[in-house]
Design a protein around this ligand. Sequence first.
Ligand SMILES: CC(C)(COP(=O)(O)OP(=O)(O)OC[C@H]1O[C@@H](n2cnc3c(N)ncnc32)[C@H](O)[C@@H]1OP(=O)(O)O)[C@@H](O)C(=O)NCCC(=O)NCCS
Length: 249
Amino acid sequence: MSLSKFANVELARPTSSRTAISAAETELNRSSRSRELIWLYRMALRASIPGARKILFRLIRKLEAGDMNSATLRDIMQECHGVSIGAHSYGCFDPVRFPAGTMIERYVSIGPQVHIYRRNHPMQHLSLHPYFYNSNCGGQNTQDVPTAPLRIGADAWIGGHAVILPGCEEISRGAVIAAGAVVTKDVPPYAVVGGNPAKIIRYRFDSATIKAAEASQWWRLHPETATQRFDMTSNWQSAISKIAQGPGS
Ligand SMILES: CC(C)(COP(=O)(O)OP(=O)(O)OC[C@H]1O[C@@H](n2cnc3c(N)ncnc32)[C@H](O)[C@@H]1OP(=O)(O)O)[C@@H](O)C(=O)NCCC(=O)NCCS
């Protein structure tokens, strides 16, 4: 359920994050030792050595110019932790705070100490304790404790210390989550939400401007191409007619 309807704007269908990542391979850096590094990470995961995993993450960041550009870190998050992360997104390479089933599209900015929770303890059960429902704690893995997926649309910005709860399954393209927000519901495209529970503060643009931003599809492009093709400063609205022609023009 959305925080509010935003009926005037029809968005292009989001591409799956898997597609977004493979399409972006040429935009990312991959070390010649990528497969070996992934293998080492798997070994560290299997042997439960979090210190070694952290060192590997640090090394890969160095080799591949950081979170925004690393192909190997994206493979690790996808293959070992079930989190898909599009090109240029950052702040989300932490499998503890970003659980399996999280799909992060391209150009997403995530501030410090953001937490994403994907399921509640079973309030309808006799006990709330993980002993009785979580297989990791030796309990029966009961099917009636649902895990919610989460999609974060391209170019969304999540401010520091925000908490995303299971009631929110989609943070749409271009949305802003204010620092410290507690998000309980889906966030519409280009909305700015904040507070606890998060409510819409405003929209970034009026609906005509959102249509122009959507028509540009700039987030599908390499950053250099986007910069060449569009005015990426606050003057972009004055170049609206150019933007309306879309990326293929
Ligand atoms: C959401 C945000 C972008 C809004 O910025 P802004 O448009 O300049 O907003 P303003 O400061 O003019 O505030 C507009 C309204 O939103 C409210 N508001 C702003 N930030 C808020 C927050 N974090 N939580 C709740 N309400 C907030 C203001 O109180 C104000 O309410 P009012 O109109 O009732 O007075 C900004 O406040 C924010 O939270 N930025 C995140 C910064 C961050 O986390 N950076 C980490 C590194 S990425």
